[in-house]
Design a protein around this ligand. Structure first.
Ligand code: 5GP
Length: 193
């Protein structure tokens, strides 16, 4: 997606050799117009798949997931990283190791929001080693729901996430695929121009 890649080049900050900071438009301050375009793009990619729910993980997946749900006209569920006092019902839970925070946390979704009838599109802000997407897939499977696709805003293709997910038979669609962050510069994989 051209506008997304231009924005990454303009506002993204490379930390070390493998972390991209995009807190001015995606992970802290959020650009609603860009999110709208991202949601429209994911909806376009997955429109023939009969998606019934969009599933993401708090916090940075919520904005792109919400616009995707808007354009697909389906509800959006975000997995919670901390159990809330108001979550008294039965939960689907799994452990997810966070690439950026370097901690494992228990993430959960209330059972009542997913069932065998659901056909899920998972959305997340980044794909690194695939642990977040894999955890969300595990939650959907616990509910008996089908995961039809994984939509990623920014994929770091030099990490192992895509391979891991594809080996499990999951379809991954990313709007910007980064081949390298060397020399503090994002280099994109050219096929998604
Ligand atoms: P994974 O689970 O695929 O290893 O990592 C994906 C998760 O880690 C995303 O949900 C995202 O929050 C975070 N993440 C991974 N890499 C980056 C990065 O380069 N920048 C930012 N801001 N978050 C990242």
């Amino acid at each position: 997606m051209k506008t997304l890649k231009e924005r990454i080049l303009q506002d993204g900050k490379v930390l070390g050799e493998n972390v991209l900071k995009v807190d001015s438009f995606l992970t802290h301050q959020v650009d609603p117009l860009l999110m709208q375009e991202i949601g429209r793009e994911f909806a376009q990619i997955f429109k023939e798949e009969g998606i019934t729910k969009v599933v993401t993980i708090e916090a940075s997946g919520i904005a792109p997931a919400l616009f995707t749900g808007l354009f697909l006209n389906v509800p959006v569920i975000f997995a919670r990283k901390q159990k809330s006092l108001t979550m008294k019902e039965e939960l689907l839970t799994t452990e997810v190791y966070s690439f950026t925070k370097e901690v494992t946390s228990t993430v959960s979704i209330s059972k009542k929001f997913l069932s065998e009838q659901d056909n899920v599109l998972i959305i997340d802000d980044f794909l690194a080693n695939g642990q977040a997407a894999l955890g969300l897939t595990a939650l959907c499977k616990q509910a008996g729901a089908q995961v039809t696709g994984i939509g990623i805003v920014i994929e770091k293709s030099f990490q192992s996430g895509r391979q891991l997910l594809e080996e499990k038979g999951l379809r991954v669609a990313s709007l910007a695929r980064i081949a390298s962050l060397k020399n503090r510069q994002a280099q994109f994989i050219s096929e998604d121009e």
